[in-house]
Design a protein around this ligand. Structure first.
Ligand SMILES: Nc1ncnc2c1ncn2[C@@H]1O[C@H](COP(=O)(O)OP(=O)(O)O)[C@@H](O)[C@H]1O
Ligand SMILES: O=C(O)C1=C[C@@H](OP(=O)(O)O)[C@@H](O)[C@H](O)C1
Ligand SMILES: [Mg+2]
Length: 172
């Protein structure tokens, strides 16, 4: 059954867009981070703190496979790092998979993330200057993986509804 996968850097809007898209096209959505939190009974921050990032990436890969192998139609909002580890980017091209990269400028990401960093362990302890530099470098490193998606939608200066409409146009 068809899986619609949203990917992109932290703060690009994957979780938010997945929720609204789900309502519009009447397809259930699963946020991969939330799925992992339920499965492990730990927050993403607690997993990083107690078990480290390598363990998180292992659980993330297993969880992504579980969702892809389920027999249901589903929208999956990935974590920002999901396509960049464990060859997960290869899974973006599978049969019955439609993958969409929500691309955003460094300025957009910085503005959104500076107000929302506490639950994101990779940036939680950075000040504004450190964060700007980190986002620029990290986005550059990850772009290769994000660009493996079948479609790309730029989200800069767009409302959630506008982004959802752009995505709906690919699904026709
Ligand atoms: N199109 C948009 N316009 C303005 N703010 C947005 C938009 N999409 C998401 N946001 C906001 O950006 C922040 C990060 O969104 P989130 O969905 O958590 O991103 P992700 O899951 O990609 O990390 C949230 O505060 C969310 O409300
Ligand atoms: O970019 C990353 O490596 C991460 C992004 C987060 O998801 P969001 O992109 O939804 O913030 C979450 O999976 C974890 O904190 C690691
Ligand atoms: Mg998210």
């Amino acid at each position: 059954m068809r899986k619609i996968i949203l990917l992109g850097y932290m703060g690009c809007g994957k979780s938010t867009i997945a929720k609204t898209l789900s309502r519009i096209i009447r397809t259930p959505f699963v946020d991969l981070d939330e799925y992992i939190e339920e499965k492990t009974n730990l927050s993403i921050s607690a997993i990083f703190e107690k078990h480290g990032e390598i363990y998180f990436r292992k659980v993330e890969h297993e969880s992504f496979l579980e969702l892809l192998n389920s027999s249901k139609d589903m929208i999956i909002g990935l974590g920002g790092g999901t396509p960049c580890y464990a060859n997960n980017h290869e899974l973006l091209k599978g049969e019955n998979v439609l993958s969409i990269y929500l691309s955003a400028s460094i300025a957009t990401l910085f503005n959104r993330l500076s107000a929302n960093k506490s639950k994101r362990p990779l940036i939680a302890n950075k000040n504004d200057e450190e964060m700007k530099e980190f986002i620029a470098m990290h986005l550059f490193e990850r772009s290769f993986y994000y660009n493996q998606a079948q479609y790309k939608v730029n989200v800069d200066n767009k409302t959630v509804d506008q982004v959802v409409l752009d995505i709906v146009s690919f699904l026709a």
